[in-house]
Design a protein. Structure first.
Length: 324
């Protein structure tokens, strides 16, 4: 069994050996640009971990892992148009560097490429893999639409928010480990336990993403600080603050969020002060810990003699400590 660093490096090499250049350049260059900008590569790592946990060499899952990373990057191309985000991984987003039409079409191509790679799993698991991958892709779109719908709603419940992030983010982490586990010879039951584990981690992961959107060091995070506030996103920070704040502050926050003409810098600063006044950061960190604990409890359903749980715990630590 390989350690996480080795798996990360193996994935980096496998992806680097693929060619994404082609003609017309305006279709293929954005694909190569995005995939070369790196990112944390968490989802393919989950796929390789899922595979090796069951005593199978990662090479059995590496093509599927490439497909999942391409799918993730496709969602980012479209997400950045939808969120009007200028920066990704410290560089201009595709729709800004080129234009929105190019980002749409390169994204579509990446979605097809994702299927091409994912379909390279062993034949006997192919129907199950295609089924979960297709269902996941649809759920991600459902989550993304809810995320957009919420922008124009004054407020939503925290349960609605949690369901939205389960769909837009957590299910892809679930699918990543599920596919890897199947490739590694896991039973459906084992793959499902890992899926649940990754769902809880995914919820913690998106909560942390919301937190980092405002509090990360911009150089490390590589996205526009306060982008969620400017887009009117109903993040956990926003919703929990509404719940905690006194009437007057609550109204001020709602008015600020609704006002699209306020100068962006003063808007982010004032919203950030309001968040701080109810210490929403601590509340968010507490919920992140709750989901990390739920994830750990899911692992209790796996046979610790058969699978290396320390591997999964190491991944969890890595995820929780991230600053980008
Ligand atoms: C960004 O995902 C989109 C979310 C679901 C929050 P990552 O934070 O994994 O992005 P990269 O791939 O590392 O850049
Ligand atoms: C992204 O959520 C979820 C998907 C891309 C499917 P965000 O919009 O919060 O992701 P970032 O912050 O732009 O990476
Ligand atoms: Mg976004
Ligand atoms: Mg988004
Ligand atoms: Mg975000």
């Amino acid at each position: 069994m390989h350690d996480l660093k080795t798996l990360q490096e193996a994935f980096r090499k496998a992806l680097a050996s693929e060619q994404f250049a082609g003609h017309p350049q305006n279709l293929y260059n954005p694909i190569a640009y995005t995939l070369n900008l790196g990112g944390k590569r968490l989802r393919p790592l989950l796929t390789l971990i899922g595979c090796e946990m069951f005593g199978t060499h990662y090479s059995k899952a590496v093509r599927a892992a490439i497909g999942i990373e391409i799918f993730h990057n496709f969602t980012l191309l479209h997400d950045d148009i939808m969120d009007q985000a200028p920066l990704r991984r410290g560089n201009p987003t595709v729709y800004r560097k080129w234009n929105p039409n190019i980002a749409i079409l390169s994204g579509d191509t990446m979605f097809a490429l994702a299927y091409k790679y994912i379909a390279q799993v062993d034949r006997h698991i192919l129907p199950t893999v295609l089924e979960i991958f297709s269902a996941t892709a649809i759920e991600v779109c459902e989550g993304q639409q809810l995320d957009m719908d919420f922008e124009s709603m004054e407020t939503v419940s925290i349960d609605q928010y949690l369901e939205m992030i389960r769909l837009k983010t957590a299910v892809l982490l679930g699918c990543s480990v599920y596919v890897g586990a199947l490739a590694g010879g896991a039973s459906i039951n084992e793959a499902e336990i890992l899926y649940q584990w990754a769902i809880n981690l995914g919820l913690a992961f998106q909560l942390k993403d919301d937190l980092l959107d405002l509090y990360a060091e911009p150089d490390k995070f590589g996205k526009q600080p306060g982008g969620d506030i400017l887009a009117g996103k109903k993040t956990y920070l926003f919703l929990k603050t509404l719940e905690l704040a006194q009437h007057e502050i609550r109204n001020e926050l709602l008015a600020l969020y609704n006002n699209k003409t306020t100068d962006p810098v003063s808007k982010v600063n004032r919203v950030s002060e309001i968040f701080h006044s109810v210490d929403v950061k601590s509340h968010t960190l507490a919920l992140i810990d709750e989901y990390a604990l739920k994830a750990e409890n899911n692992l209790g359903f796996l046979d610790a003699n058969k699978v290396r749980l320390s591997f999964l715990k190491e991944f969890t630590r890595m995820l929780m400590q991230r600053e980008s």
